[in-house]
Design a protein around this ligand. Structure first.
Ligand code: MN
Length: 297
């Protein structure tokens, strides 16, 4: 996988994602896509659900490894339990941020909470780590409260980075930004960083941007060079804004790993398969998730 193609001068592109299933969860994968592999350092985006969750299941993903990336979990409805090989056990609810840094290696599982019943919906994102931190230790952060900003009569929440005067306390290894936008009619302009490229992922409703209608399941790529972007809605809508300085290093991505060479990815798979300790152990009742050899081996 190569880095993002050059900016196209700020024209908006609507890129349809595809439906797939992760664990028990129906998702719409909007990043990566063939014409657009990364947005800043954001390299993966799965819009999860909405899916009905009960006290016993509905959204379980067993222990699996990561390396070279941060997982950003954000729910717009419902709750989940995160468990990882650092020993973290954390319930995440709508409007809260789970940020796990894989570095050299970590494993985690996401499960039903045992008491939540209802619709679960959210987004699972990955951020590629730069060379400076990707070989480093794993880490986990939970942020129950994040800074908000006005969006006309609606409101935004900064997950990571800075929007206007609002800065998230979440760890950031590259210059990127992520925010939830809760838009109310008639919409509002959202402040952007001109040196960032940006994209919009609509989770609920419809958002009009540059005369195009962005709906769930697509990536609306906004390019760079904008200091704001006008977003229009006729009904309440929820979207994720992703942005950042285009990732400067070519990355290769396969399964749950981000690296720079296929050899690194194959080695990580071998070590997870052999359970040699690199990725640790997750205290989960679910079976470990495995994968067969990559196509190049
Ligand atoms: Mn994961």
């Amino acid at each position: 996988m190569s880095q993002a193609p050059a900016d196209r001068g700020g024209e908006v592109e609507l890129l349809p994602g595809h439906a797939t299933v992760v664990g028990d969860m129906p998702v719409r994968r909007v990043l990566p896509q063939r014409p657009r592999r990364t947005v800043g350092s954001w390299c993966f985006a799965d819009h999860m659900g909405p899916v009905a969750v009960t006290e016993d299941g509905g959204a379980d993903i067993g222990p699996h490894p990561h390396m070279g990336l941060q997982t950003v979990t954000w729910l717009v409805s419902g709750s989940l339990v995160h468990r990882d090989s650092l020993g973290s056990e954390q319930v995440i609810r709508a409007g809260q941020l789970n940020l796990m840094t894989a570095g050299h290696g970590v494993a985690h599982a996401e499960e039903h909470t045992g008491d939540f019943r209802g619709d679960l919906q959210g987004i699972q994102l990955w951020v590629a780590q730069p060379e400076a931190t990707r070989h480093g230790p794993a880490a986990f952060e939970h942020h129950a409260a994040l800074p908000r900003f006005a969006l006309g009569s609606g409101e935004g929440t900064v997950l990571v980075g800075t929007i206007g005067d609002a800065t998230s306390p979440a760890r950031r290894d590259t210059d990127h930004v992520g925010a939830e936008l809760r838009l109310l009619p008639p919409g509002a302009p959202v402040p952007l960083h001109p040196e960032h490229e940006h994209a919009l992922v609509v989770l609920e409703g419809k958002v009009e941007v540059a005369g195009l209608q962005a709906t769930p399941g697509m990536l609306a790529y906004l390019g760079s060079g904008r200091d704001e972007c006008a977003l229009a809605v006729h009904e309440p809508a929820t979207a994720l804004l992703l942005g950042g300085v285009p990732f400067p290093e070519p990355i290769v991505m396969w399964w749950n790993f981000v690296g720079r060479t296929r050899d690194e990815l194959g080695e990580a798979r071998r070590q997870w398969t052999e359970d040699d300790g690199r990725f640790g152990v997750v205290a989960s009742g679910l079976p470990r998730i495995g994968v067969s050899r990559p196509p190049w081996e």
